[in-house]
Design a protein around this ligand. Structure first.
Ligand code: SF4
Ligand code: SF4
Ligand code: SF4
Length: 277
């Protein structure tokens, strides 16, 4: 479905946390009327219907994924099933029924639990301000294959985390600077740079609103199964403590994140590695 410039400009003014949903709705409604191009009138008509029926649209959670799998060159080849499994956990938690049980008279999108997954540390879908943020990660290490000194890794790394070793020796990696984007591994022609860990970083409790805060990151990199379990644990914490639909970030504490880190330390693929606060 194509969008004319006026329609595109109008959709960009929709609040970012519902823009994706409104955009999909507008496109679908235009398609149903046999159109191949969305116009400003289509946006206005759909938006009006959407906003007037907002309560019926609330489903208890929002889950989005960056557009990495659609061909973004930065994406780390992460699991195709993870997003599906996260959606299953969110669906089975029946967060809509939970929110309704809290007696909130007028349910709105801001009551929903927000979860996002990005396919690289560029973090386009803003995991730092979501209740649960999952970031694909590929951490490099120096392997046994000889380095050719081509400098592809040095020029690729935006964090200045790699430099060449002296006199043709193996390159040197500053793990503290590395954000596990995996780009250096992808460009190394000799296989000198290898994967030390591939999985996901996890950030918890970020939010905007009256009292904004960045998410707290669990140290390390976690495999898919652990990510699913962590999401389920977070929902348990949320349900146990939320009295009137507070954001998860108001409910989770540093002690909780430390406890979660300890619970999953035996499967942590990069123990002790810190990417965020
Ligand atoms: S987060 Fe990374 S993979 Fe996803 S869209 Fe952004 S740059 Fe691409
Ligand atoms: S993984 Fe990314 S940040 Fe880390 S050294 Fe390689 S290119 Fe740099
Ligand atoms: S990309 Fe690989 S071969 Fe080239 S300098 Fe870096 S480690 Fe050496």
């Amino acid at each position: 479905m194509k969008w004319n410039p006026d329609a595109e400009a109008a959709i960009q003014k929709v609040p970012f946390f519902v823009r994706k949903r409104v955009r999909a709705r507008v496109a679908e409604e235009a398609r149903q009327t046999g159109k191949s191009m969305v116009t400003l009138a289509d946006v206005k008509a759909s938006q009006k219907r959407f906003l007037s029926g907002m309560a019926a649209e609330v489903k208890g959670y929002q889950f989005d994924v960056c557009f990495g799998p659609s061909g973004c060159p930065h994406q780390i080849g992460s699991s195709e099933s993870l997003a599906e499994r996260i959606e299953q956990v969110l669906t089975s938690a029946d967060l809509l029924a939970f929110l309704k049980s809290k007696g909130i008279a007028d349910l709105k999108f801001h009551h929903e639990l927000r979860v996002t997954m990005t396919h690289c540390p560029n973090a386009c879908s803003q995991p730092q301000i979501k209740d649960i943020g999952i970031i694909a990660a590929a951490l490099p290490a120096i392997g046994d294959e000889a380095c050719s000194g081509c400098e592809a890794c040095v020029t690729t790394c935006r964090e200045a985390a790699i430099r060449l070793g002296p006199d043709g020796a193996q390159p040197l990696l500053s793990v503290d600077r590395c954000v596990a984007c995996g780009q250096c591994i992808a460009v190394c022609p000799t296989g000198t740079l290898i994967e030390a860990a591939r999985g996901y970083r996890v950030q918890l409790g970020g939010k905007l609103g009256r009292h904004p805060q960045l998410a707290i990151e669990l140290p390390g990199i976690y495999p898919e199964t652990a990510v699913i379990d962590i999401v389920a644990d977070c929902i348990d914490i949320y349900k146990a403590r939320s009295r009137r639909g507070e954001r998860f970030g108001e409910l989770i504490t540093t002690q909780d994140t430390e406890q979660l880190a300890r619970r999953y330390e035996n499967v942590n693929l990069a123990p002790g590695k810190r990417f965020g606060r």
